[in-house]
Design a protein around this ligand. Structure first.
Ligand SMILES: NC(=O)c1ccc[n+]([C@@H]2O[C@H](COP(=O)([O-])OP(=O)(O)OC[C@H]3O[C@@H](n4cnc5c(N)ncnc54)[C@H](OP(=O)(O)O)[C@@H]3O)[C@@H](O)[C@H]2O)c1
Length: 256
């Protein structure tokens, strides 16, 4: 039986940082499986890791890639110790002026693919397995100007919490990670239509290593939600006590 970590979105940002962190700290893992579209990036990463790796390059929005993962899990007789669902993107701007494929693509990747990857991995999990899903602080409240993205992340948060309750009896725990802005390539894509985040939001920016360190700690502690920075923990509390209509007015100003 081979113990593996499966990481989606491993070619960049938070997913890549998870690969480094697991490589350095998890000696009980035999292999790290790296999934993303950019094969060259995954090969480059693989060379830097001391663990054995398996590269699965492909578009997760397509069922073909997830089917390939499922087939490999079956033939390799694996136990998935960690599943990190980090693949995802967001595009800033008003929904009606956004590109149709970009808007629906967020649902395909952030929601459908994450659900599908989770579904195919669970049969290969057992006591001690962990799922870490990248949600976002955007999951705490609807965000005009980032409508579809925030809605997809609300799904990830809701899905992760209820799945955690369904599976904890089997010793499988799910943690939804809810960072604010993180310094990655995410914003190159998010701002591609010209809508910029204000410096106020960039002031709250953290780095992938902070997010990943906290997420792994919280996951091992069986926490259902991981919020890496003080400012975002404060934001979460605000979202619980203030009317969402007020917060939505403020966030819609941030994205203008
Ligand atoms: N950065 C932030 O401010 C922030 C804040 C909160 C939450 N998050 C969430 O954290 C996660 C990681 O984001 P990040 O900041 O690390 O962004 P990133 O650097 O842009 O990384 C996104 C990853 O997703 C992969 N990906 C994108 N589309 C894909 C597709 N169709 N099929 C397979 N893989 C795909 C990318 O690889 P390829 O392009 O090679 O396919 C890349 O590895 C996302 O779910 C994001 O929503 C980010």
């Amino acid at each position: 039986m081979k113990y593996i970590a499966v990481i989606t979105g491993a070619s960049s940002g938070i997913g890549r940082e998870f690969a480094y962190a697991i490589d350095q700290s998890m000696s009980s893992i035999d292999e790290i499986w790296l999934i993303a579209r950019r094969k060259d990036r995954l090969e480059e990463l693989s060379e830097k890791l001391s663990h054995n790796t398996r590269i699965i390059s492909g578009d997760l929005s397509s069922r073909i890639t997830v089917n390939r993962l499922q087939a490999l899990l079956k033939t390799e007789k694996c136990r998935v110790r960690f599943l990190i669902n980090a693949a995802g993107y967001g595009i800033l701007g008003d929904f009606e002026s956004g590109d149709r494929r970009d808007e629906t693509g967020m649902c395909d990747l952030n929601v459908r693919a994450l659900t599908d990857v989770t579904y195919v991995c669970i049969p290969f999990m057992g006591k001690g397995s962990r799922i870490i899903n990248l949600a976002s602080s955007a999951a705490f409240v609807p965000q005009p100007g980032f409508s579809v993205y925030a809605a997809t992340k609300s799904y990830v948060l809701s899905f992760s919490r209820s799945l955690n309750m369904e599976l904890c009896g089997k010793g499988i725990y799910i943690t939804a990670v809810c960072p604010g802005p993180v310094k990655t390539e995410f914003f190159n894509i998010a701002e591609k239509n010209g809508t910029r985040t204000l410096s106020l939001k960039k002031f709250a920016m953290t780095t992938p290593d902070v997010v990943v360190k906290r997420a792994l700690k919280d996951s091992l502690a069986k926490k259902e939600i991981s919020v890496p920075t003080f400012l975002m923990r404060l934001f979460r509390i605000m979202c619980k006590i203030l009317p969402h209509s007020i917060i939505m007015k403020i966030t819609s100003m941030i994205y203008k």
